[in-house]
Design a protein around this ligand. Sequence first.
Ligand SMILES: Cc1ncc(COP(=O)(O)O)c(C=O)c1O
Length: 388
Amino acid sequence: MSQAFFKTWVENKKASGSYATPPRIDGKNDAIIMINDQPIINLSSNNYLGFANHAALKEKAMEAIQSHGVGAGAVRTIAGYNDLLETLEKTIAEFKQEEAAIVFQSGFACNAGVIQAIALEGDVIFSDELNHASIIDGVRLSRAKKFVYPHNDFQALEELLKLHRHHYRHALIISDGVFSMDGDIVNLPSLVKVAKAYDCMSYIDDAHGSGVLGPYGKGTVAHFNLSGQVDFTIGTLSKALGVVGGYVACSQVMKDYLIVNARPLLFSTALPAAVLAPLNEAFKLLKQSQSQVDTLWDNARYFQSLCIQHGLTLLPTQTPITPILIKDEAKAVRISKACLNDGVYISAIQFPTVPLNTARLRVMISATHTKEQLEKAANIIAYHVSTQ
Ligand SMILES: Cc1ncc(COP(=O)(O)O)c(C=O)c1O
């Protein structure tokens, strides 16, 4: 290993035209962002409901800094936990219709920590091929054997289970709830059925489902009316909830186990009050009204219909995540740059985030976009897809 090796790697990537550099954004991340003093339509944020800049959430963050200070002090198993964290975990458990919840520093830390803690030597994990990187890393950190099944294909999963399940002690089936780069939804009824038939625990990462799918944005499990049927439901507090953090909703027994075994809880400082207090407010808003979630879906349907009218190739999304397939990586980066020059920020997603030769422009719709902004953005994207 040497610096020269990595210098060559970076030079080659840049020479290929597929080295993408994100822009510097001045000020807040919202439907309109400022880049180089220009207002730009932002189609690259997971701020689905606009909570990242919600006045009530900002107010709660400022109050919490005054009452609780800016840092948590240490890991929760050493420094203890505060009232805000206690309220948040109770709120999440209730929202997800589960017995308990544990809050982590991020969704990534949650997947890495929980999977590693529950899948042990002699166990086996069955994981969807399109699962998020944090699941893949959690699986790598565990000592369990892994089998990857074709995307959302529960017949194929059943074949794997028939062949391998009986060789292992405990088994875990893991899937994204909403697939983050494609926008489609797990076939949860089939997953739950197969898990029961083959004595497996089930694990759904609902980072992009929470706040988006189901009544009041309760997520993928509620969307399928399967509350109580999934052993672990993961969520993030950084996307629809607008701040940062992750959580697992589960039984009280599993909470009692994880709280002393999940390594991010044992070895990484807890979230500060300025994060916890606005999250409590975000859940309060979600429970009060369905209107932000409805606006998000209305905007998504509008934008997706514009894309179809323009002849753009959409991957078969079922959610506001709108992936426009380009395939060629360098072309996707060129289109992304051209759109930015014309006032639309849309990131080019390429390998290793998605499989090779499936580069795409991933449009993230928010409840805070106006119809005019979406129409303008669709025109600009369609123009550059056809001319680049
Ligand atoms: C499916 C999925 N899981 C987990 C994460 C990680 O969440 P966080 O950003 O809170 O670390 C993401 C974020 O991109 C995601 O899309």
